[in-house]
Design a protein around this ligand. Structure first.
Ligand code: NDP
Length: 340
């Protein structure tokens, strides 16, 4: 009754007390990930308490674990993506306990429960499983904004997608094909190249063995590409600028090999009046309309069989350190999930 007066609605079966969570304590290598018991959070105004069924692992979790991206709290809560059912809601939230929901870009999903601002939460249609949803929210909406907003691909465009067999990569390849573009991808092994081809890539380059600039010039007849989607950073960024045709766009959206470092804007002029952007998903789902547009396209394309999900492996929550080792060790393709 006291809760009802605070505007809190709860599911009847909720476990009272603590929950399992994995945190970085202190920041550093995967060995610093620790399982601990934390109090089950209570949703505040505008928040949803979600009982997580599946948790997405993303490279951004590595950056928070290492301390490259700074978190204010100690120990550092990890995980930016999850899917599950509504357990309770705070005041002003129009969701009901038991509803199937998912979200990305609110930290703290390496746990049994997470409180998430309702503005990040979408309802999941019955046609899509919660595991598949946890595998596609963050990287799928990223692939969507890259190909449909940052540089809106059209038929006739050729794009270069680095790490094309990775989580964000395989989804970006497929969405670039949905937009009608020609896709050149890069990756480190023939097995990864084969997987990316199976997901629609037109040309694959093994950037660990071949010079990707020479290959791009050869494939495009010297013209270069309209856009480079670069999540690798340090080892690919500068050569990527040379792959662009005049007035092309470098979309530097990650740094799996390390930070790019500083760059003089004059270089963009010298290399053909290029555009450079360093986008973040948060700025592309900041309005409800944009979030709903991206999520609904993704659910629709999964339903139509146009978007195929590649789940590399599902780990137990307490094995998050191994998931990080595998991701950083370039051993994975597609998505890694944790199960609480
Ligand atoms: P991936 O599944 O793409 O894993 C990283 C891949 O990068 C590896 O599999 C590997 O593929 C490639 N890679 C190249 N060099 C290295 C290296 N030195 N160390 C490790 N990996 C390397 O991860 P995610 O899909 O989770 O994320 C990819 C990138 O996209 C990350 O940098 C992430 O931060 C970024 N991102 C950015 C977002 C944004 O909005 N800005 C949102 C989502 C992701 P290969 O073996 O084929 O080279």
């Amino acid at each position: 009754m006291a809760e009802a007066t605070r505007g809190l609605k709860r599911a009847p079966h909720r476990r009272i007390g603590g929950m399992k969570a994995v945190v970085a304590d202190p920041t550093g290598g995967p060995e610093n990930l620790q399982s601990m018991e934390l109090p089950t959070p209570t949703p505040g105004e505008g928040e949803v308490l979600i009982k997580l069924q599946a948790i997405g692992v993303n490279f951004i979790d590595v950056y928070f674990r290492e301390g490259l991206y700074r978190a204010p709290e100690r120990p550092v809560r990890l995980g930016n993506e999850g899917a599950g059912t509504v357990e309770a809601v705070g005041k002003g939230v129009h969701l009901r306990p038991g509803q199937r929901v998912a979200y990305a870009m609110a930290r703290g999903s390496y746990a049994e429960y997470a409180t998430v601002p309702a503005k990040f939460v979408v309802e999941v249609p019955d046609s899509v499983s919660l595991d598949d949803t946890a595998a596609v929210m963050l990287q799928g909406m990223t692939a969507h904004y890259l190909t449909h907003s940052t540089f809106k691909l059209e038929r006739g465009n050729t794009c270069l997608i680095h790490a094309a067999a990775g989580g964000a990569g395989l989804l970006t390849v497929q969405m670039a094909k949905i937009a009608g573009a020609t896709v050149i991808g890069t990756c480190s092994t023939e097995a990864k190249a084969q997987l990316a081809r199976e997901h629609g890539a037109d040309h694959m380059i093994l950037y660990t063995k071949q010079d990707f600039l020479e290959e791009v010039k050869r494939i495009t007849g010297g013209k270069g590409v309209a856009v480079v989607y670069d999540s690798v950073g340090k080892t690919t960024f500068h050569k990527g600028l040379d792959c662009l045709s005049p007035r092309g766009m470098m979309v530097s959206f990650g740094q799996s090999s390390g930070p790019v470092g500083e760059m003089d804007p004059l270089l963009l002029s010298q290399k053909g009046s290029l555009f450079l952007t360093r986008p973040s998903l948060a700025n592309y789902i900041s309005s409800r309309d944009e979030l709903d547009w991206r999520a609904s396209d993704i659910f629709k394309w999964i339903g139509e069989g146009r978007l195929r999900l590649q789940i590399h492996k599902t780990y137990k929550l307490e094995d998050a350190a191994q998931a990080h080792r595998d991701l950083e060790g370039r051993k994975t393709t597609g998505k890694l999930l944790l199960k609480p």
